[in-house]
Design a protein around this ligand. Structure first.
Ligand code: FES
Length: 494
């Protein structure tokens, strides 16, 4: 049973990223069968995997903690009724296994009865019958299917994880993610960096409608939106109001680039304004609970204050939380928005009108290659959102972030970057003090040294955000490293 595992499940079991598994497949260390890997191959490829501890789960928790902003509540056990339903499904499988054992038991009884019948035979017949019976039994026991110990451990762990979390496969994209704890399908999908279609998140708008192709779901929240009878018969549910009881295949709409997401206008409020340095402030904006901003990492929004000042700014937070938005505001002479922020005119709880999303630099979908993020100064805002999303989707083989600033005291979120590098085995971070007034060749050399730990630049997906002079240096450096145009994602920040 369960001899084949999906990539997501196998990665979770042995505590590595999907990107690492995909690399092993590319290097022919692992075979795939219809997109799945066998238990024995996984154990052969990861002999050091420690199945008896919680490393896989712990790693998933670390990734989430590092990738997403802290949530109001920690992930806990699923709701009792969900847990009960999952246990029922797993029990069903254990019952099937027991039935198989019962078959063996019946067989042994039959053999025993046959042996009893031998009493009637004469000595010659008896010797012959006993010989054939013994060799038949020997052969039967020899060929009896046995589950190796490590395989049994892996399957037991798989059973446990299936009780804690159900796996969802989306069609047509093929994206996979797990639903943990008390999450709805929508919450889990967003947390895994997927751009699912949604609106209110509270069961009123119907935007998150999706069709259950196989598997069982459970309603975890009442919803006002009424599904038509036809939709109900076809298996449609609201992702914001249902969770997965068993593994699911779900037909759901996803955004693939900025054009798939409509422009939204949301009256929001300033949640917090924190100075990061003398020259830069972090602005936290919160939307109403029923009207979140749907966007993709790398996009921007326009913020308008009550007094009329407005600015278009990159969204620095993860799209997994469309309610709590983060913006990095630089002190800038001549910008009425910046002046309002630094003069104290913008206060917590004050109104701010959000229009967005805008722009179309987004993560290359499903790219598994090493990913290089390059930020200059406040270009870090865009890169931060991209990093958080990339880490949540967990597709790439490895990540390297190089943050360049004009002055040593400019790394205003250095701790966040170090936390990513500490939490993730495949994440590295370098800091670079870089004066953009130097000759381009000098900037290129500095960049080269800044990312010198990175191998195989040519295979990287590269995301860079900063002023035009920085992007020009990046361009020259990428030319030198022979990085193809389609792997370059450059975002000018003024
Ligand atoms: S997001 Fe509006 S009903 Fe689910």
């Amino acid at each position: 049973m369960h001899e084949l595992l999906t990539l997501s499940r196998a990665a979770r079991l042995v505590g590595v990223s999907r990107g690492e598994l995909q690399k092993r497949i590319r290097d022919n260390e692992l075979n795939t069968f219809e997109g799945k890997v066998s238990v024995s191959d996984v154990l052969r490829a990861f002999p050091e995997a420690r199945l008896e501890d919680d490393s896989a789960l712990e790693r998933v928790r670390r990734i989430k903690a590092a990738a997403a902003p802290r949530r109001d509540q920690e992930i806990g056990l699923p709701r009792p009724e969900v847990l009960a339903s999952r246990l029922t499904c797993v029990s069903r499988e254990l019952t099937e296994a027991k039935a198989e054992l019962g078959n063996y038991s019946e067989l042994v009884n039959a053999v025993s009865e046959k042996l009893a019948g031998l009493e009637e035979l004469d000595e010659a017949e008896l010797r012959s019958a006993v010989r054939s019976l013994t060799s038949w039994l020997d052969e039967l026991l020899r060929s009896r299917p046995r589950v190796p110990r490590r395989t049994a451990e892996l399957l037991a762990r798989d059973t446990f994880l299936r009780m804690i979390a159900a796996q969802i496969k989306l069609i047509p994209s093929g994206h996979e993610f797990f639903v943990d704890g008390t999450d709805s399908i929508l919450e889990a999908g967003l947390r895994h960096g997927l751009a699912l279609r949604y609106g209110c998140t509270s069961g009123t708008c119907g935007s998150c409608k999706a069709r259950v192709v196989s598997g069982d779901v459970l309603k975890v929240r009442e919803h006002e939106y009424e599904m038509s009878v036809t939709e109900q018969h076809l298996g449609y549910v609201l992702m914001c109001s249902y969770t997965a009881v068993t593994d699911l295949t779900l037909e759901a709409a996803e955004a693939h680039d900025g054009a798939d997401i409509p422009l939204q206008q949301i009256p929001a409020r300033v949640k917090q304004l924190t100075p990061a340095t003398n020259e830069l402030a972090i602005l936290h904006v919160q939307t109403p609970i029923t009207q979140r901003l749907r966007f993709l990492a790398g996009q921007s929004a326009t913020l308008a204050l009550e007094q009329g000042a407005a600015a278009r700014l990159p969204i620095a937070s993860c799209p997994c939380d469309g309610r709590n938005l983060e913006f990095h505001v630089r002190r800038e002479a001549g910008s009425s928005f910046s002046e309002a922020v630094f003069s104290g005119a913008v206060q917590a709880d004050g109104p701010v009108f959000v229009t967005g999303p805008e722009g179309n630099i987004v993560l290359a979908e499903d790219a598994v290659d090493p990913t290089l993020f390059l930020a200059y100064d406040v270009g870090f805002a865009t890169i931060k959102s991209l990093v958080e999303t990339a880490v949540a989707t967990d597709n790439a083989e490895s990540y390297h972030l190089c943050w360049a600033v004009p002055r040593e005291d400019g790394f205003y979120m250095d701790n966040r970057c170090r936390a990513w590098a500490d939490a993730l085995d495949n994440f590295t971070y370098t800091r670079l003090v870089l004066d953009l007034d130097v000759a381009p060749a000098q900037a290129v050399r500095a960049l080269s040294e800044g990312v010198n730990r990175l191998e195989e630049q040519a295979r990287c997906q590269v995301y860079a955000a900063g002023p035009a002079s920085f992007l020009e240096a990046v361009r020259l450096w990428l030319d030198e490293a022979r990085v193809q145009e389609e792997r370059r994602h450059l975002l000018p920040v003024t």
